[in-house]
Design a protein around this ligand. Structure first.
Ligand code: MLT
Length: 264
């Protein structure tokens, strides 16, 4: 399905029962909505599940540069408004987590639960920003394929698996400008750490036990700063823990969402 929002065409998928509590799934960089295939299948019996392609990724439109992280947050709210969704549980993986945390900071009343997956609240260090700048240069000079192939070893703990094939397919279909825009947005994003103490809704913090980008220590630190949070480490999984170990991920995710929904 497609929606015209904020001047771009956005691809989304809405599954599950119309009257059920809504859960929005926000993918990481540079993936697409198919990242959540196993989660949509597991959740749709109990929830109305919205997944979508971030601008400049998958089959969503690009939009003009520069587009700070705020533009991705604007898209999330605009898509909710377009579909008449007043409130949702939101899950974000990595860059999706940055978007969800910032959305929570801007309009906390729109959310009834948060799942922060393989993500962090703080902003990039100067070293991180310089790596993003090198990434922008690399994707412009060498193209998407060379850039995303270089990312793969840091994303998964097993390099040869159906998960690796699926992830590479998503990344290879990314648009070079979409990748460059997202890198610039992440480099310039604000630090959400100070707002974590204000989160009053249930939160699940999940991370792969072998996440090389957001190691469990970072995720544990994030969970400790949120009052009503649970922390779960997903075994045999790297940075994209929902894709690498969907069984363990879905068990924790579904149990958390059912409990949180019963309280709303
Ligand atoms: C992601 O998976 O979204 C990225 O690793 C996030 C990042 O580069 O900070």
């Amino acid at each position: 399905m497609q929606a015209k929002i904020n001047g771009i065409t956005m691809r989304f998928d809405l599954a599950g029962k119309a009257q059920a509590p809504v859960v929005i799934l926000v993918h990481g960089f540079p993936f697409d909505l198919s990242l959540w295939k196993a989660q949509v299948a597991a959740l749709k019996k109990d929830f109305r599940v919205l997944s979508y392609d971030l601008r400049g990724m998958g089959k969503s439109g690009l939009g003009p540069a520069p587009q700070p992280l705020e533009a991705y947050v604007d898209d999330l709210f605009a898509l909710m408004d377009h579909l008449g969704l007043k409130q949702a549980g939101a899950a974000g993986l990595s860059m999706g987590g940055y978007i969800v945390l910032r959305a929570m900071q801007r309009e906390p009343s729109r959310f009834w639960a948060l799942a922060l997956c393989d993500t962090r609240a703080d902003a990039d260090s100067d070293e991180g920003r310089l790596k993003r700048a090198a990434g922008i240069k690399a994707v412009r000079e060498k193209g998407v394929a060379a850039f995303v192939k270089g990312m793969l070893p840091n994303l998964l703990c097993k390099q040869k698996s159906p998960a690796a094939t699926a992830l590479l397919k998503m990344m290879l279909s990314s648009n070079a400008d979409g990748v460059a825009n997202a890198l610039a947005a992440m480099a310039a994003r604000t630090d959400s750490t100070a707002s974590l103490k204000d989160i009053k809704i249930p939160a699940l913090v999940v991370t792969g036990d072998q996440d090389a980008l957001m190691p469990p220590l970072i995720a544990k630190g994030l969970a400790l700063k949120i009052k009503a949070s649970e922390f779960v480490e997903i075994p045999d999984a790297g940075h994209v823990s929902n894709l690498e170990n969907p069984v363990a991920f879905n068990k924790a995710f579904l149990a958390f969402l059912r409990k949180a929904a019963s309280r709303t």
